[in-house]
Write a protein that binds this ligand. Structure first.
Ligand code: PA5
Length: 461
Protein backbone atom coordinates (compact mmCIF):
# COMPACT_ATOMS: atom_id res chain seq x y z
CA UNK A 1 0.00 0.00 0.00
CA UNK A 2 1.04 3.60 -0.52
CA UNK A 3 1.82 5.49 2.69
CA UNK A 4 0.77 8.92 3.87
CA UNK A 5 2.77 10.91 6.42
CA UNK A 6 1.28 14.08 7.89
CA UNK A 7 3.79 14.69 10.72
CA UNK A 8 4.97 18.00 9.27
CA UNK A 9 1.60 19.70 9.51
CA UNK A 10 1.24 19.06 13.24
CA UNK A 11 1.29 21.86 15.80
CA UNK A 12 3.97 20.20 17.96
CA UNK A 13 6.31 20.49 14.96
CA UNK A 14 5.16 23.69 13.23
CA UNK A 15 3.90 25.57 16.28
CA UNK A 16 0.33 26.61 17.06
CA UNK A 17 0.27 29.41 14.53
CA UNK A 18 0.74 27.25 11.44
CA UNK A 19 0.32 23.70 12.73
CA UNK A 20 -2.79 21.64 13.34
CA UNK A 21 -3.66 19.76 16.54
CA UNK A 22 -4.70 16.73 14.59
CA UNK A 23 -5.97 14.64 17.49
CA UNK A 24 -8.35 17.45 18.43
CA UNK A 25 -9.21 18.03 14.75
CA UNK A 26 -10.00 14.34 14.22
CA UNK A 27 -12.25 14.39 17.30
CA UNK A 28 -14.01 17.53 16.12
CA UNK A 29 -14.56 16.34 12.53
CA UNK A 30 -15.07 12.63 13.21
CA UNK A 31 -18.84 12.70 12.68
CA UNK A 32 -18.77 15.10 9.77
CA UNK A 33 -16.19 13.03 7.89
CA UNK A 34 -17.99 9.80 8.64
CA UNK A 35 -21.24 11.27 7.30
CA UNK A 36 -19.51 12.56 4.16
CA UNK A 37 -18.03 9.15 3.38
CA UNK A 38 -21.32 7.38 4.05
CA UNK A 39 -23.21 9.89 1.97
CA UNK A 40 -20.81 9.66 -1.01
CA UNK A 41 -21.12 5.88 -0.93
CA UNK A 42 -24.90 6.06 -0.72
CA UNK A 43 -25.19 8.58 -3.53
CA UNK A 44 -22.65 7.00 -5.85
CA UNK A 45 -25.14 4.79 -7.69
CA UNK A 46 -27.77 7.49 -8.15
CA UNK A 47 -27.95 9.03 -11.64
CA UNK A 48 -27.05 12.70 -11.84
CA UNK A 49 -24.67 12.67 -8.86
CA UNK A 50 -21.53 12.36 -11.02
CA UNK A 51 -20.13 9.76 -8.67
CA UNK A 52 -19.97 6.80 -11.04
CA UNK A 53 -16.17 7.09 -11.00
CA UNK A 54 -16.38 5.44 -7.58
CA UNK A 55 -17.60 2.25 -9.31
CA UNK A 56 -15.07 2.16 -12.15
CA UNK A 57 -12.67 -0.19 -10.36
CA UNK A 58 -15.33 -2.90 -10.51
CA UNK A 59 -16.18 -2.53 -14.20
CA UNK A 60 -14.89 -5.90 -15.37
CA UNK A 61 -16.88 -5.75 -18.58
CA UNK A 62 -15.06 -2.64 -19.81
CA UNK A 63 -11.69 -4.12 -18.86
CA UNK A 64 -12.57 -7.26 -20.82
CA UNK A 65 -13.61 -5.34 -23.96
CA UNK A 66 -10.56 -3.09 -23.79
CA UNK A 67 -8.25 -6.09 -23.50
CA UNK A 68 -10.07 -7.84 -26.34
CA UNK A 69 -9.56 -4.80 -28.57
CA UNK A 70 -5.90 -4.39 -27.56
CA UNK A 71 -5.30 -8.07 -28.40
CA UNK A 72 -7.07 -7.67 -31.75
CA UNK A 73 -4.92 -4.76 -32.89
CA UNK A 74 -1.67 -6.03 -31.35
CA UNK A 75 1.21 -5.89 -33.83
CA UNK A 76 -0.78 -3.91 -36.42
CA UNK A 77 0.36 -0.42 -35.47
CA UNK A 78 3.69 1.27 -34.80
CA UNK A 79 2.10 4.34 -33.22
CA UNK A 80 -0.85 5.22 -31.04
CA UNK A 81 -1.99 8.81 -31.35
CA UNK A 82 -4.34 9.99 -28.62
CA UNK A 83 -6.44 13.08 -29.30
CA UNK A 84 -8.08 14.61 -26.24
CA UNK A 85 -7.75 17.49 -23.83
CA UNK A 86 -8.14 18.09 -20.08
CA UNK A 87 -9.70 15.12 -18.36
CA UNK A 88 -9.73 13.21 -21.63
CA UNK A 89 -5.93 13.19 -21.77
CA UNK A 90 -4.17 14.08 -18.51
CA UNK A 91 -4.81 10.79 -16.71
CA UNK A 92 -3.44 8.57 -19.45
CA UNK A 93 -0.52 10.92 -20.09
CA UNK A 94 0.42 10.66 -16.41
CA UNK A 95 -0.04 6.89 -16.32
CA UNK A 96 1.93 6.25 -19.54
CA UNK A 97 4.77 8.58 -18.51
CA UNK A 98 5.02 6.82 -15.17
CA UNK A 99 4.60 3.22 -16.25
CA UNK A 100 6.30 2.95 -19.62
CA UNK A 101 10.07 2.82 -19.79
CA UNK A 102 11.47 6.38 -19.89
CA UNK A 103 12.01 7.63 -23.46
CA UNK A 104 9.59 4.95 -24.67
CA UNK A 105 9.03 6.52 -28.07
CA UNK A 106 12.76 6.59 -28.76
CA UNK A 107 13.27 2.89 -28.09
CA UNK A 108 13.41 0.42 -30.97
CA UNK A 109 10.44 -1.85 -31.59
CA UNK A 110 12.38 -4.76 -30.05
CA UNK A 111 13.20 -2.70 -26.98
CA UNK A 112 9.50 -1.87 -26.65
CA UNK A 113 8.66 -5.57 -26.82
CA UNK A 114 6.90 -5.07 -30.17
CA UNK A 115 4.50 -2.55 -28.62
CA UNK A 116 3.68 0.75 -30.33
CA UNK A 117 4.93 4.23 -29.49
CA UNK A 118 2.37 6.57 -27.97
CA UNK A 119 1.80 10.26 -28.70
CA UNK A 120 -0.72 12.60 -27.09
CA UNK A 121 -2.03 15.73 -28.77
CA UNK A 122 -3.64 17.76 -26.02
CA UNK A 123 -3.11 21.17 -27.51
CA UNK A 124 -3.82 22.99 -30.75
CA UNK A 125 -0.47 24.41 -31.65
CA UNK A 126 -0.45 24.29 -35.46
CA UNK A 127 3.34 23.83 -35.66
CA UNK A 128 3.28 20.94 -33.22
CA UNK A 129 0.36 19.16 -34.89
CA UNK A 130 1.82 19.59 -38.33
CA UNK A 131 5.26 18.40 -37.28
CA UNK A 132 3.82 15.32 -35.60
CA UNK A 133 1.66 14.40 -38.56
CA UNK A 134 4.59 14.84 -40.94
CA UNK A 135 6.65 12.52 -38.79
CA UNK A 136 4.12 9.73 -38.21
CA UNK A 137 3.41 7.08 -40.82
CA UNK A 138 -0.37 7.36 -40.67
CA UNK A 139 -0.80 3.93 -42.26
CA UNK A 140 0.82 2.46 -39.16
CA UNK A 141 -0.90 4.77 -36.69
CA UNK A 142 -3.99 4.04 -34.61
CA UNK A 143 -5.83 7.22 -33.60
CA UNK A 144 -7.77 7.15 -30.34
CA UNK A 145 -10.00 10.22 -30.36
CA UNK A 146 -11.43 10.88 -26.89
CA UNK A 147 -14.12 13.40 -26.07
CA UNK A 148 -17.06 12.90 -23.77
CA UNK A 149 -19.07 15.79 -25.19
CA UNK A 150 -18.09 14.84 -28.73
CA UNK A 151 -17.72 18.45 -29.76
CA UNK A 152 -14.72 19.94 -27.96
CA UNK A 153 -13.20 22.32 -30.51
CA UNK A 154 -9.55 21.39 -29.83
CA UNK A 155 -10.07 17.66 -30.10
CA UNK A 156 -12.51 17.70 -32.99
CA UNK A 157 -10.43 20.10 -35.08
CA UNK A 158 -7.41 17.83 -34.65
CA UNK A 159 -9.57 14.87 -35.55
CA UNK A 160 -10.88 16.54 -38.70
CA UNK A 161 -7.34 17.28 -39.91
CA UNK A 162 -6.14 13.75 -39.19
CA UNK A 163 -9.21 11.98 -40.55
CA UNK A 164 -8.85 13.92 -43.78
CA UNK A 165 -5.17 13.04 -44.11
CA UNK A 166 -5.79 9.41 -43.27
CA UNK A 167 -8.61 9.08 -45.76
CA UNK A 168 -6.40 10.56 -48.47
CA UNK A 169 -3.71 8.01 -47.74
CA UNK A 170 -5.75 4.93 -46.87
CA UNK A 171 -9.02 5.41 -48.74
CA UNK A 172 -11.97 3.70 -47.08
CA UNK A 173 -9.68 1.56 -44.96
CA UNK A 174 -8.87 4.59 -42.78
CA UNK A 175 -11.70 3.51 -40.44
CA UNK A 176 -9.62 0.62 -39.16
CA UNK A 177 -7.10 3.17 -37.85
CA UNK A 178 -9.60 4.97 -35.64
CA UNK A 179 -11.04 4.14 -32.25
CA UNK A 180 -13.34 6.69 -30.67
CA UNK A 181 -14.10 7.05 -26.97
CA UNK A 182 -17.18 9.16 -26.32
CA UNK A 183 -20.65 9.25 -24.80
CA UNK A 184 -22.75 6.16 -25.43
CA UNK A 185 -25.40 8.00 -27.43
CA UNK A 186 -25.15 11.77 -27.45
CA UNK A 187 -22.65 14.10 -29.12
CA UNK A 188 -21.36 14.67 -32.61
CA UNK A 189 -18.46 12.23 -32.34
CA UNK A 190 -20.92 9.43 -31.49
CA UNK A 191 -22.97 10.37 -34.54
CA UNK A 192 -19.88 10.41 -36.79
CA UNK A 193 -18.65 7.10 -35.36
CA UNK A 194 -22.02 5.47 -36.02
CA UNK A 195 -22.23 6.84 -39.54
CA UNK A 196 -18.65 5.99 -40.46
CA UNK A 197 -18.44 2.70 -38.58
CA UNK A 198 -15.57 3.27 -36.14
CA UNK A 199 -14.73 1.01 -33.28
CA UNK A 200 -15.93 2.83 -30.16
CA UNK A 201 -15.68 2.80 -26.39
CA UNK A 202 -17.96 4.57 -23.96
CA UNK A 203 -17.28 7.35 -21.49
CA UNK A 204 -19.74 6.19 -18.81
CA UNK A 205 -22.59 8.40 -17.64
CA UNK A 206 -21.95 10.49 -14.55
CA UNK A 207 -18.17 10.33 -14.84
CA UNK A 208 -16.55 13.74 -15.38
CA UNK A 209 -13.42 14.02 -17.50
CA UNK A 210 -11.03 14.53 -14.59
CA UNK A 211 -12.42 11.45 -12.85
CA UNK A 212 -12.35 9.25 -15.95
CA UNK A 213 -8.85 7.74 -15.96
CA UNK A 214 -10.13 4.31 -14.88
CA UNK A 215 -12.83 4.23 -17.57
CA UNK A 216 -12.17 3.47 -21.26
CA UNK A 217 -10.78 7.02 -21.47
CA UNK A 218 -7.60 5.93 -19.69
CA UNK A 219 -7.77 2.17 -20.08
CA UNK A 220 -7.74 2.07 -23.90
CA UNK A 221 -4.48 4.03 -24.38
CA UNK A 222 -2.87 2.19 -21.47
CA UNK A 223 -3.82 -1.27 -22.76
CA UNK A 224 -2.67 -0.43 -26.29
CA UNK A 225 0.87 0.11 -25.03
CA UNK A 226 0.86 -2.97 -22.84
CA UNK A 227 0.19 -1.48 -19.39
CA UNK A 228 -1.38 -4.13 -17.16
CA UNK A 229 -4.90 -2.76 -16.71
CA UNK A 230 -5.87 -5.68 -14.46
CA UNK A 231 -3.23 -4.50 -12.02
CA UNK A 232 -4.57 -0.96 -12.36
CA UNK A 233 -8.05 -2.16 -11.44
CA UNK A 234 -6.71 -4.18 -8.54
CA UNK A 235 -5.02 -1.04 -7.20
CA UNK A 236 -8.26 0.94 -7.45
CA UNK A 237 -10.22 -1.78 -5.64
CA UNK A 238 -7.67 -2.15 -2.85
CA UNK A 239 -7.71 1.61 -2.24
CA UNK A 240 -11.48 1.83 -2.58
CA UNK A 241 -11.98 -0.76 0.16
CA UNK A 242 -9.55 1.08 2.45
CA UNK A 243 -11.27 4.39 1.82
CA UNK A 244 -14.70 2.96 2.63
CA UNK A 245 -13.56 3.19 6.25
CA UNK A 246 -15.57 6.05 7.75
CA UNK A 247 -13.10 6.61 10.61
CA UNK A 248 -10.99 9.67 9.77
CA UNK A 249 -8.11 8.19 11.76
CA UNK A 250 -7.93 5.28 9.31
CA UNK A 251 -8.82 6.97 6.04
CA UNK A 252 -5.89 8.71 4.35
CA UNK A 253 -8.04 10.47 1.72
CA UNK A 254 -10.23 11.95 4.47
CA UNK A 255 -7.17 12.98 6.48
CA UNK A 256 -5.56 14.72 3.53
CA UNK A 257 -8.84 16.41 2.55
CA UNK A 258 -9.32 17.67 6.10
CA UNK A 259 -5.74 18.87 6.42
CA UNK A 260 -5.93 20.80 3.14
CA UNK A 261 -9.34 22.22 4.07
CA UNK A 262 -8.15 23.50 7.44
CA UNK A 263 -4.87 24.78 6.07
CA UNK A 264 -6.87 26.85 3.59
CA UNK A 265 -9.69 28.03 5.81
CA UNK A 266 -7.85 28.46 9.14
CA UNK A 267 -4.15 28.94 8.43
CA UNK A 268 -4.13 30.85 5.15
CA UNK A 269 -2.22 28.07 3.36
CA UNK A 270 -4.42 27.80 0.31
CA UNK A 271 -1.80 26.92 -2.30
CA UNK A 272 -1.40 23.19 -2.75
CA UNK A 273 1.94 22.23 -4.29
CA UNK A 274 2.29 18.71 -5.67
CA UNK A 275 5.95 17.77 -5.90
CA UNK A 276 6.91 14.24 -6.92
CA UNK A 277 10.55 13.28 -6.54
CA UNK A 278 10.65 11.25 -9.74
CA UNK A 279 10.66 12.41 -13.35
CA UNK A 280 8.39 9.51 -14.22
CA UNK A 281 5.77 11.00 -11.88
CA UNK A 282 6.07 14.52 -13.27
CA UNK A 283 2.71 14.38 -15.04
CA UNK A 284 0.92 13.07 -11.96
CA UNK A 285 1.28 16.66 -10.76
CA UNK A 286 -0.33 17.95 -13.99
CA UNK A 287 -3.24 15.57 -13.51
CA UNK A 288 -3.60 16.61 -9.86
CA UNK A 289 -3.58 20.30 -10.76
CA UNK A 290 -6.54 19.80 -13.10
CA UNK A 291 -8.40 17.59 -10.63
CA UNK A 292 -7.98 20.10 -7.83
CA UNK A 293 -8.54 23.26 -9.91
CA UNK A 294 -11.63 22.24 -11.87
CA UNK A 295 -13.22 20.44 -8.96
CA UNK A 296 -12.64 22.99 -6.22
CA UNK A 297 -12.46 26.39 -7.88
CA UNK A 298 -16.10 27.46 -7.59
CA UNK A 299 -18.13 30.63 -7.49
CA UNK A 300 -21.09 29.36 -5.49
CA UNK A 301 -21.71 26.81 -2.74
CA UNK A 302 -24.41 24.17 -2.80
CA UNK A 303 -26.91 26.68 -1.41
CA UNK A 304 -26.23 29.17 -4.19
CA UNK A 305 -24.23 31.60 -2.00
CA UNK A 306 -21.45 33.38 -3.81
CA UNK A 307 -18.21 32.23 -2.15
CA UNK A 308 -15.49 32.22 -4.85
CA UNK A 309 -13.33 29.59 -3.26
CA UNK A 310 -10.78 27.01 -4.24
CA UNK A 311 -7.25 26.18 -3.15
CA UNK A 312 -4.72 26.96 -5.88
CA UNK A 313 -2.80 23.89 -7.10
CA UNK A 314 0.79 24.19 -8.31
CA UNK A 315 2.99 21.57 -9.90
CA UNK A 316 6.62 21.12 -9.05
CA UNK A 317 9.23 18.44 -9.67
CA UNK A 318 11.89 17.24 -7.26
CA UNK A 319 14.78 17.60 -7.37
CA UNK A 320 14.65 19.97 -10.39
CA UNK A 321 12.45 22.61 -8.76
CA UNK A 322 14.61 22.78 -5.66
CA UNK A 323 16.67 25.02 -7.91
CA UNK A 324 13.67 27.05 -8.97
CA UNK A 325 10.73 27.14 -6.54
CA UNK A 326 12.01 26.04 -3.12
CA UNK A 327 13.53 29.43 -2.31
CA UNK A 328 10.01 30.87 -2.50
CA UNK A 329 8.46 28.01 -0.54
CA UNK A 330 11.00 28.28 2.29
CA UNK A 331 11.23 32.04 2.63
CA UNK A 332 8.33 33.59 0.73
CA UNK A 333 4.78 34.02 1.96
CA UNK A 334 3.73 31.12 4.18
CA UNK A 335 0.60 30.36 2.17
CA UNK A 336 1.40 26.92 0.77
CA UNK A 337 1.06 23.30 1.72
CA UNK A 338 3.46 21.02 -0.11
CA UNK A 339 2.82 17.37 -0.89
CA UNK A 340 5.88 15.31 -1.72
CA UNK A 341 5.55 12.04 -3.58
CA UNK A 342 8.49 9.88 -2.74
CA UNK A 343 9.48 6.59 -4.38
CA UNK A 344 10.74 3.90 -2.00
CA UNK A 345 12.54 1.76 -4.53
CA UNK A 346 13.37 2.79 -8.09
CA UNK A 347 13.56 0.17 -10.86
CA UNK A 348 17.23 0.96 -11.36
CA UNK A 349 20.08 1.42 -8.92
CA UNK A 350 22.50 3.89 -10.41
CA UNK A 351 25.93 4.12 -8.82
CA UNK A 352 28.02 7.24 -9.01
CA UNK A 353 31.59 6.23 -9.81
CA UNK A 354 34.44 7.31 -7.53
CA UNK A 355 36.34 9.28 -10.13
CA UNK A 356 37.03 12.58 -8.38
CA UNK A 357 38.53 13.18 -4.96
CA UNK A 358 37.72 16.91 -4.71
CA UNK A 359 36.21 17.73 -1.33
CA UNK A 360 33.14 19.41 -2.86
CA UNK A 361 32.06 16.39 -4.91
CA UNK A 362 34.20 13.47 -3.71
CA UNK A 363 31.49 12.37 -1.25
CA UNK A 364 29.19 11.58 -4.19
CA UNK A 365 31.49 8.84 -5.54
CA UNK A 366 30.48 5.38 -4.38
CA UNK A 367 26.99 6.61 -3.53
CA UNK A 368 23.90 6.16 -5.70
CA UNK A 369 21.65 8.58 -7.54
CA UNK A 370 18.82 6.76 -5.74
CA UNK A 371 20.16 7.84 -2.36
CA UNK A 372 20.76 11.34 -3.66
CA UNK A 373 17.21 11.96 -4.88
CA UNK A 374 15.64 10.59 -1.70
CA UNK A 375 18.12 12.46 0.50
CA UNK A 376 17.08 15.62 -1.36
CA UNK A 377 13.40 14.84 -0.80
CA UNK A 378 14.01 14.28 2.92
CA UNK A 379 16.22 17.36 3.27
CA UNK A 380 13.70 19.58 1.51
CA UNK A 381 10.93 18.34 3.82
CA UNK A 382 13.07 19.06 6.88
CA UNK A 383 14.11 22.48 5.59
CA UNK A 384 10.51 23.44 4.88
CA UNK A 385 9.53 22.26 8.32
CA UNK A 386 12.34 24.33 9.88
CA UNK A 387 10.81 27.34 8.12
CA UNK A 388 7.40 26.30 9.59
CA UNK A 389 5.98 25.43 6.16
CA UNK A 390 3.36 22.66 6.27
CA UNK A 391 4.26 19.63 4.17
CA UNK A 392 3.07 16.08 3.65
CA UNK A 393 4.67 13.00 2.12
CA UNK A 394 3.03 10.24 0.13
CA UNK A 395 5.34 7.28 -0.44
CA UNK A 396 4.98 4.83 -3.28
CA UNK A 397 6.94 1.68 -2.36
CA UNK A 398 7.67 1.33 -6.11
CA UNK A 399 6.32 2.83 -9.32
CA UNK A 400 3.91 0.07 -10.34
CA UNK A 401 0.53 0.11 -12.07
CA UNK A 402 -1.15 -0.96 -8.82
CA UNK A 403 0.53 1.70 -6.67
CA UNK A 404 -0.17 4.43 -9.21
CA UNK A 405 -3.82 3.40 -9.33
CA UNK A 406 -3.98 3.56 -5.52
CA UNK A 407 -2.50 7.06 -5.57
CA UNK A 408 -4.85 8.38 -8.27
CA UNK A 409 -7.92 6.90 -6.65
CA UNK A 410 -6.94 8.25 -3.24
CA UNK A 411 -6.55 11.74 -4.71
CA UNK A 412 -9.95 11.46 -6.42
CA UNK A 413 -11.69 10.48 -3.18
CA UNK A 414 -9.81 13.21 -1.32
CA UNK A 415 -11.12 15.73 -3.86
CA UNK A 416 -14.69 14.54 -3.40
CA UNK A 417 -14.38 14.78 0.40
CA UNK A 418 -12.85 18.24 0.45
CA UNK A 419 -15.56 19.36 -1.99
CA UNK A 420 -18.13 18.32 0.62
CA UNK A 421 -16.20 20.15 3.36
CA UNK A 422 -16.34 23.30 1.24
CA UNK A 423 -20.02 22.52 0.58
CA UNK A 424 -19.58 22.89 -3.18
CA UNK A 425 -20.34 20.79 -6.23
CA UNK A 426 -16.91 19.36 -7.07
CA UNK A 427 -18.18 17.68 -10.21
CA UNK A 428 -19.25 20.52 -12.48
CA UNK A 429 -17.08 23.04 -14.34
CA UNK A 430 -19.21 26.05 -15.35
CA UNK A 431 -16.09 28.21 -15.68
CA UNK A 432 -14.65 25.88 -18.33
CA UNK A 433 -17.96 25.70 -20.17
CA UNK A 434 -18.08 29.51 -20.42
CA UNK A 435 -14.70 29.74 -22.18
CA UNK A 436 -15.70 26.83 -24.45
CA UNK A 437 -18.90 28.66 -25.43
CA UNK A 438 -17.00 31.87 -26.16
CA UNK A 439 -14.67 29.93 -28.46
CA UNK A 440 -17.65 28.41 -30.29
CA UNK A 441 -19.04 31.92 -30.78
CA UNK A 442 -15.76 33.35 -32.05
CA UNK A 443 -15.26 30.47 -34.44
CA UNK A 444 -18.75 30.90 -35.91
CA UNK A 445 -20.67 27.91 -34.53
CA UNK A 446 -24.38 28.14 -35.35
CA UNK A 447 -26.52 29.33 -32.45
CA UNK A 448 -23.78 31.54 -30.97
CA UNK A 449 -24.23 34.57 -33.29
CA UNK A 450 -25.37 37.06 -30.63
CA UNK A 451 -22.59 36.10 -28.32
CA UNK A 452 -20.11 36.55 -31.18
CA UNK A 453 -21.02 40.20 -31.68
CA UNK A 454 -20.70 40.96 -27.97
CA UNK A 455 -17.39 39.12 -27.76
CA UNK A 456 -15.92 40.86 -30.78
CA UNK A 457 -16.71 44.22 -29.15
CA UNK A 458 -15.10 43.14 -25.87
CA UNK A 459 -11.97 41.90 -27.61
CA UNK A 460 -11.50 45.10 -29.56
CA UNK A 461 -11.94 47.51 -26.64
O1 PA5 B 1 -12.55 17.34 -16.57
C1 PA5 B 1 -13.29 17.79 -17.43
O2 PA5 B 1 -14.51 17.60 -17.40
C2 PA5 B 1 -12.74 18.58 -18.59
O3 PA5 B 1 -11.38 18.83 -18.42
C3 PA5 B 1 -12.94 17.81 -19.89
O4 PA5 B 1 -12.33 16.55 -19.78
C4 PA5 B 1 -12.35 18.57 -21.07
O5 PA5 B 1 -12.93 19.85 -21.17
C5 PA5 B 1 -12.59 17.81 -22.37
O6 PA5 B 1 -13.94 17.59 -22.56
P1 PA5 B 1 -14.44 16.48 -23.59
O7 PA5 B 1 -14.05 15.14 -23.07
O8 PA5 B 1 -15.92 16.66 -23.64
O9 PA5 B 1 -13.79 16.77 -24.90
Amino acid sequence: MIEFNYRNVCADILGQDKGLNLEAVFNEYENKISNIILDLNLRKDKPGQWLQWMNLGYNEETVWYVKEYAAMVEGRFDNILVLGIGGSALGSIAMCEALLKPYWNMLSKEERGGLPRIFFLDNIDPDQINALLDMLDLKKTLVNVITKSGSTAETMSQFMIIKDRMQNILGDDYRKNIVATTDKQSGILRQIANEEGYKTFVVPDDVGGRFSVFSAVGLVPMALVGIDIDEIMEGVKVMDLTLKNTDVRKNIAAQNALIHYLMDTQKGNYISVMMPYSSRLKYVADWYVQLWAESLGKEVDRNGNKINIGPTPIKALGATDQHSQIQLYNEGKNDKIITFIRVGEFDTTLEIPKIFEYTGIGYLGGNTINNLINAEADSTAVALTDFKRPNLTITLPKITAGNLAQLFYMLEVQTAIIGELYNINAFNQPGVEQAKNYTYALMGRAGYEESKEELTQKISR
